[in-house]
Design a protein around this ligand. Structure first.
Ligand SMILES: [Fe+2]
Ligand SMILES: [Fe+2]
Length: 149
């Protein structure tokens, strides 16, 4: 079968990879001054918030419209809430003098790892297989047009 549509799953997987790289750069800066750490943290946190906003505003509604699973979406939304709480906790911690954030980083990595794997193995492939190509093209251009990327 030839799929002439845009594999939106590939677009979102590559954004996961980009965000993983930004988080790794932040984690590699553990012994740097807090101003440098904050400069590295901000693009990751803003990028992840933007990714989540896109999924909730555009991707999940399209998935449900195409007959996707509601329990899957509520699980994803719960995981997004947990991720956003951890980002906020990190933001607060980083305003301190000598912020030590290893515990929050571990918690974030755990939830992100499970969440991204679920999306990449179940949600995105389902969308690529079941949402018509023209709607996936529209999704991909909305994703490219986001702010804070
Ligand atoms: Fe997500
Ligand atoms: Fe995602």
């Amino acid at each position: 079968m030839t799929d002439v549509g845009v594999p939106i799953g590939r677009v979102l997987r590559s954004d996961h990879d980009r965000l993983d790289g930004l988080l790794e750069a932040y984690r590699d800066s553990a012994s740097s001054p807090s101003a440098i750490r904050t400069t590295l943290w901000t693009p990751f946190a803003n990028g992840l918030r933007s990714h989540i906003r896109f999924e909730e505003a555009a991707l999940f509604p399209m998935y449900l419209d195409a007959g996707g699973s509601e329990p899957m979406v509520s699980l994803m939304l719960d995981e997004h809430r947990r991720i956003l709480e951890l980002l906020e906790a990190m933001d607060r911690r980083l305003t301190g003098d000598r912020p030590e954030t290893g515990d929050l980083e571990e918690a974030l990595l755990n939830v992100l790892w499970a969440h991204d794997a679920r999306e990449e193995e179940q949600l995105y492939p389902w969308i690529d297989a079941n949402v018509p190509p023209e709607r996936r093209l529209e999704l991909a251009s909305r994703f490219d047009g986001r702010e804070n990327i």
